[in-house]
Design a protein around this ligand. Structure first.
Ligand code: SAH
Length: 515
């Protein structure tokens, strides 16, 4: 065998961060994208699945509280085995692998087995969760020392390996992980060893996620507060005067869309701008494309139109996809944008306009309002009597625009440049979210996404969907989309006055501000 073709396996112990997918490191992301196998305890965020290769092996090894799926020994054996088979294995671990994560044990096992390994540190919950609650662990004039402590151990038991007497008064800020179950004993032990009962304490549950919740108290009362609120793990507990800074620094929980989980139904290629905007405002988004785009059944009509381009006075584009497919066919016919000279370009929507601007072409008409009716009015002002207009657009689109232009005296050719179809993924993940009520809103950006969305739930009866949707807010871009939603039996909570993502996002923020 040629040695250069021998694949050498390796294991990467990668920190996945505390939950917010943005807190995965660049190195971690790169390794996930290349991994042959990913071994994970629980997914800090299901979005990490999208970062892996579709053909990678994903192995869940459990470790949710109380439900150990695989013993530590079996996990060690598994990663050694995969690496010896020449695989690049990512061992994805919550937070940082070396902070209370048993990463050290796994690394020693790999060293012992002679398997190559690397450690990719992660953003530990010990620091990031307090940060997302607005608590800096050290602060000038408040404290210069911090300790990370496991709360797993009952401090009242005789053989504690933790020097409580020294911790209680020797360190400024104390951060406990895995401490919810022992909170009462921890507080008691600290007070017993001399820490003031009115020392501020924060308990932060599911930090850096939309479910983040923070409770504030002092050492004397925090156990009662936790009990009354039935606080469950996972939570980080911070003890020390730095907790007081939260009053001023609580930035994350104050974002306008904090805690909202919003389903975005746009086509994948177009969803990212919308998602980024919502996420910047603190929302978590779930991408659920209810529409996919494919070429039309036949290119003939579009190709024929392109062959006689000079016969047209205007070409009107109603969508980014219309522009994209038109330009593809223009090039396929051996032409390019210079063949459009003399023809006026009309666009609906700023994104459609941007497509042309990027090519150095300034559209001749870009109506400020995007409904077909308003667009026709804009055209009428230009005098379109007797003009030849080409509209390359989706098959089965609304007829209002061509009809109204014809009524105004134009000759209009509508050709199908693409088709919108139902995407081929299923709705299982979303159903789960509806069932356990973790979804706050579904946002629709076109009539076809509404009807496709409803169709995608048809297999198990839409009665179920309508029942779920009673618990979820429905946001629609513009009145036409809203009308379709109403016709499909959905209740509509908000309608943006304009057909833009900006306007929709603005309405979503106001909606949640009032609710
Ligand atoms: N290696 C991990 C810690 C594993 S121990 C890290 O560096 O973060 C598990 C403990 O981490 C939990 O009991 C809890 O105390 C803490 N934890 C992890 N993620 C958390 C989150 N999103 N919010 C609050 N606590 C979290």
């Amino acid at each position: 065998m040629n040695p250069s073709t021998v694949k050498t396996g390796a294991v990467y112990l990668v920190g996945a961060g505390p939950g917010d997918p943005g807190l995965l490191t660049v190195r971690g992301k790169e390794l996930l994208a290349e991994a042959d196998a990913v071994v994970y305890d629980y997914l800090a965020n299901p979005r990490f699945l999208e970062l892996g290769r579709p053909d990678a092996e994903w192995i869940y090894v459990g470790k949710q509280a109380g439900a150990h799926t695989m013993s530590q020994g079996d996990i060690n054996a598994l990663i050694v085995d995969r690496a010896r088979k020449g695989k690049r294995v990512v061992r994805l671990k919550g937070g940082d692998p070396f902070v209370f994560g048993r990463g050290g044990e796994e690394a020693r096992e790999l060293a012992r087995a002679g398997v190559a390994f690397e450690i990719v540190p992660g953003v530990t919950s010990a620091i990031s969760v307090p940060a997302y609650a607005g608590i800096p662990l050290t602060h000038r004039d408040v404290t210069a020392t911090v300790a990370f402590v496991t709360g797993h151990e009952d401090p009242l038991k005789e053989t504690s390996g933790i020097a409580w007497d020294k911790l209680a008064t020797g360190v400024g800020t104390l951060v406990f992980l895995m401490g919810v179950g022992n909170l009462a004993q921890i507080a008691e032990s600290l007070m017993e060893h001399g820490r003031s009962p009115d020392t501020p304490v924060a308990v932060i549950r599911r930090g850096t996620t939309p479910e983040q919740k923070t409770w504030i108290g002092d050492l004397k009362h925090i156990a009662r507060i936790a009990k009354e609120n039935r606080i469950q793990p996972p939570a980080v507990i911070v003890v020390g005067d730095v907790v007081g800074l939260r009053d001023q620094l609580n930035w994350f929980e104050r974002k306008p869309l904090f805690g909202r989980r919003i389903v975005v139904t746009r086509a994948r290629e177009q969803a990212s701008g919308f998602r980024r905007r919502l996420e910047a405002l603190g929302a978590e988004t779930i991408e659920f494309p209810a529409i996919a785009v494919k070429p039309p059944e036949s290119w003939d009509p579009l190709d024929r139109a392109i062959d006689k381009l000079t016969a047209y006075d205007w070409i009107v584009f109603t969508s980014v996809n219309g522009v994209r497919f038109f330009l593809d066919r223009l090039r396929a016919s051996g032409r390019d944008v210079r063949d459009l000279k003399g023809i006026k370009i009309g666009v609906i929507g700023p994104k459609t306009g941007e497509m042309w601007e990027r090519l150095g072409i300034r559209p001749d008409l870009m109506p400020g309002e995007y409904r077909a009716e308003a667009v026709v009015d804009a055209f009428k002002h230009l005098g379109i009597q007797g003009k030849n207009i080409l509209i390359p657009r989706a098959a089965r689109a609304r007829e209002v625009l061509p009809e109204e232009l014809r009524k105004a005296g134009a000759r209009v050719d509508v050709v199908h440049a693409y088709e919108t179809v139902l995407p081929d993924h299923d709705a299982e993940g979303l159903k789960e979210g509806f069932r356990n009520r973790t979804i706050s809103m579904v946002a629709f950006t076109s009539s076809s996404t509404v009807s496709n969305f409803v169709k995608m739930f048809e297999s198990d009866g839409n009665g179920q969907l309508r029942e779920w949707m009673q618990q979820v807010a429905v946001a629609c871009i513009g009145p036409v989309t809203a009308q379709t939603a109403t016709e499909m039996g959905l209740h509509v909570n908000l309608i943006s006055p304009e057909y833009t993502i900006e306007s929709l996002v603005h309405e979503i923020v106001s909606f949640f501000a009032e609710s």
